[in-house]
Design a protein around this ligand. Sequence first.
Ligand code: ADP
Ligand code: MG
Length: 215
Amino acid sequence: MPKLNITPADLRRILCFVAEAIGKEEAYLNSLDGAIGDGDHGITMRVGFEAVKATVGALDASVTIDGVLTESGAAFMGATGGAIGVLLGRMLMSAGAALQGCKEIGTSELRVLLNSMETAVASAGKAKPGDKTILDAVHAANQAVATTAEADQSLPNMLSRASLAAGTAAQNTAGMRARVGRASRLGDRVLGHPDPGAVSFSIIMRAMAQWLEEN
Ligand code: ADP
Ligand code: MG
């Protein structure tokens, strides 16, 4: 029976599980970035999530959800450079700020979390949906949980919907031209290649959904 709520201890385990999933995809993410960027995205994601893993492992047992998110964001940003370091760092820290004092993530907290992440990445990156960035996957995940019919609203179900939506959105970025970030200089040459950041976010969502299903 999958969990219906995510406690701070669960969230710490989930972030470690995400770190492993990202680590397994390092070479793939580098190759995606190699096609339309500078080829470092997999390294940056692996290094960032290794820092998150180390940080959440050292937190006090009394930490709340917002504490885990805020510390993770700071760790990610501190350990990495590049666009994604700032963007994912801000996404995690904004989610922490939006869930202040929160002791468990249920369905309404999941909505707040994804919504705050979308707002953060859009404002930090000055991107819009359709610009071929990580925002496309975040936006799709946010929309999927925001529009889940009441009868289908359970945390595992909503995370699974968010994961599927993010995965589809990430693949759909292959058909887009980039309007922001490094890839924006390449014009039509980016067509046919998915955006690395969007694929990373879909891997994060997939790992979260999988963890919830298995635990
Ligand atoms: P860098 O481009 O600095 O080498 P990474 O390769 O780690 O950083 O990350 C690239 C990803 O960052 C892109 O695939 C895209 O998803 C995201 N990105 C870059 N610039 C922006 C932006 N302005 N807004 C939103 N996302 C962006
Ligand atoms: Mg890069």
